[in-house]
Ligand binder design. Structure first.
Ligand SMILES: Cc1ncc(C[n+]2csc(CCOP(=O)(O)OP(=O)(O)O)c2C)c(N)n1
Length: 354
């Protein structure tokens, strides 16, 4: 008896805007000139923030900081495709996403200054706190999506994670559950090619992260993560699909971490300068500028104005942040559980009452 082919699968790749700013008009999502400018202004704002926060950590003005340079399009493009009442479940590399999702910048600084209250969601959006443990937020997002489905609210949950997180059990459990129960959730993997020093090739034998969706009966797509239009389009389509009751999608944003893993890392120890240089040419902001220039949406005066405005906004937030009272060391214990466990109490007394 010859073997039969039961199913054949394919994995699609989406790019709308190439690195020279050329746009495939047939694929271009519906965005007005004004919306494109808003996206550009947000990309600049978050990049200025990222550099400033890094500098502040180096100056001892922030405890630690996780940069996201190179990944701005993944974070800003996806944020623009959501409604305020949708749920986001960010990871530690998502300060840009939080800012694009209306988290006050002063609060984002407060968090990196060691004060958990910085992650309290403003009431006009549903921003969950960032997850430091790798991958655990995937199951939380599925829970929120499931709740939305049971309540019939039409909200969608979007969870952000890296390529490293796809090796965790949580990710697979979340994908499986989302498939079986047709949950309105988007799994957005920012595949930045590294999990600290572990390259993507050592994370999985699969050629793409996107194809992992297939095993769970979900749609998966790989998009150019440095192309803000492609990210926006893929997320918008996945969100519309989820909102209409048609379940989850895995979106792999193929991008690159143009910075160290964290402020405690030195990426030059494990990756070649040439590799970083090659990716620099794909920069998400530069390619959008090239496109906008061609379309007459950008000139030198506008560019300078956007940059100055961004710097001004960030400086004002920094001033406000530095006036805040520092967090109480005791709060390390206060915000873990609603009520402290006996062990926590004992530890706290040992540290503070001797
Ligand atoms: C459960 C868990 N294990 C290990 C760590 C330590 N750790 C922090 S970041 C990281 C790499 C994660 O890489 P990836 O998921 O690709 O995200 P990226 O940092 O590249 O954005 C690891 C192993 C952690 N935070 N949580």
């Amino acid at each position: 008896m010859p073997k039969k082919v039961l199913k054949e699968f394919r994995v699609e790749y989406l790019q709308v805007l190439d690195e020279n700013g050329n746009c495939d008009e047939a694929l271009m999502p519906k965005l007005s000139n004004n919306e494109i400018k808003k996206i550009y202004e947000m990309l600049i704002l978050v990049r200025v923030f990222d550099q400033k926060a890094f500098n502040m950590q180096r100056q001892g003005r922030l405890g630690t900081y996780i940069q996201f340079k190179g990944q701005e399009a993944c974070q800003v493009g996806s944020a623009f495709a959501l409604q305020d009442d949708d749920f986001i479940f960010p990871m530690y590399r998502n300060s840009g996403l939080l800012i694009a999702r209306k988290q006050p910048i002063v609060q984002v600084l407060q968090y990196w200054g060691g004060d958990e209250r910085g992650l309290r969601s403003p009431t006009n959006v549903n921003n969950f706190p960032i997850s430091i443990p790798v991958g655990t937020q995937t199951v939380h997002a599925v829970g929120a999506g499931w709740a939305a489905k049971l309540r019939g609210t039409k909200q969608v949950a979007v969870v952000y994670f890296g390529d490293g997180a796809t090796s965790k059990g949580d990710f697979h459990e979340a994908m499986n559950f989302a498939g079986v129960f047709q949950i309105p959730v988007i799994f957005l993997c920012e595949n930045n090619q590294f999990a600290i020093s572990v390259p993507r090739a050592k994370q999985t034998k699969a050629e793409t992260i996107a194809q992992k969706a297939i095993a769970y009966g979900l749609e998966g797509i790989q998009v150019d993560g440095d192309d803000v239009f492609a990210v926006y389009k893929a997320v918008k389509e996945a969100v519309d699909k989820a909102r209409n009751g048609n379940g989850a999608t895995l979106i792999e944003c193929f991008t690159y971490r143009m910075c160290d893993h964290s402020t405690s890392d030195d990426a030059s120890k494990y990756r070649a300068k040439e590799e970083v240089e090659a990716w620099t040419k794909k920069d998400p902001i530069e390619r959008l500028e090239k496109y906008m220039l061609k379309k007459g949406l950008l000139d030198d005066a506008y560019k300078e104005n956007v940059l100055n405005k961004a710097k001004d906004i960030i400086e004002k937030a920094v001033t406000e942040f530095e006036k805040l009272p520092p967090p109480e060391p005791k709060d390390i214990f206060n915000y873990v559980f609603a009520e402290m466990t006996p062990q926590q109490k004992e530890e706290m007394e040992e540290i503070f009452e001797k």
